[in-house]
Ligand binder design. Structure first.
Ligand SMILES: NC(=O)CC[C@H](N)C(=O)O
Length: 215
């Protein structure tokens, strides 16, 4: 897609109540996803990034806020000088399928004082399903956190980033797992519910109810 066309596409975001960037593989559509993440971040539009969508938000933040213009995922540019998203060390580059990090795994909340912990009814941990080969580069975390992006959920080793939030934003959430896999009719997944509540101005009231245990 020509750059000009991509830029004009942000027009369609102007009336968006929220933005969701879902999972995916390869670099198809990544430019547009990056613009959507940037638009949501800069304009306080509720954002949920799932798996690739979380990785996109980290790249976008590194480029725009840390001014690392070449920040990228090794999935899109294996030689990037600023790999903010890297190939997971235990994966295999030659064998696909079962070499992915798959299945239900535990994410530990690093603080109870974050929007996702509250949405998950103040749990200390969640178990959600995974399907990915790349991850946020653990060596970049302190730089990203100093600039305001916080990693509020990590795996049991503490090295794998599972949930990010931008506390200065009304609802800017990225999850490395796939909350859609455990979502059920009448029992919506917490990150999706949070996105819709934020988009309709009901997030604060819902979170308060969670806090006082009346839900
Ligand atoms: N399911 C996904 O969105 C995968 C994201 C990315 N392509 C990875 O392999 O890590």
């Amino acid at each position: 897609m020509a750059t000009q066309t991509v830029i004009n596409k942000t027009d369609i975001l102007q009336n968006a109540a929220c933005v969701l960037v879902p999972g995916g593989f390869g670099d198809r559509g990544v430019k547009g996803m990056m613009l959507a993440a940037k638009y949501a971040r800069e304009n306080e539009v509720p954002y949920l990034g799932i798996c690739l969508g979380m990785q996109i938000s980290v790249i976008e933040f590194a480029r725009s806020v840390l001014h690392l213009e070449t920040a990228n995922s090794e999935e899109f540019d294996a030689e990037t000088p600023n790999p903010v998203v890297i190939f997971m060390p235990e994966g295999s580059r030659t064998h696909m399928g079962s070499t992915m990090r798959l299945g239900s795994r535990r994410t530990l909340f690093q603080t109870p004082d974050c929007i996702t912990a509250k949405l998950y009814h103040n749990s200390e941990y969640v178990e959600e399903r995974h399907r990915h080969r790349y991850e946020v580069n653990p060596d970049m975390i302190s730089m990203l956190e100093e600039a305001g992006l916080t990693f509020v959920g990590k795996d049991e080793s503490g090295k794998r980033m599972e949930i990010l939030e931008l506390p200065s934003h009304p609802f800017y959430v990225g999850v490395q797992f796939h909350p859609e896999f455990k979502s059920r009719p009448g029992r919506p997944s917490a990150p999706f519910l949070g996105l819709i509540l934020a988009a309709t101005g009901q997030l604060e009231a819902y979170v308060t109810k969670c806090q006082i245990g009346s839900l």
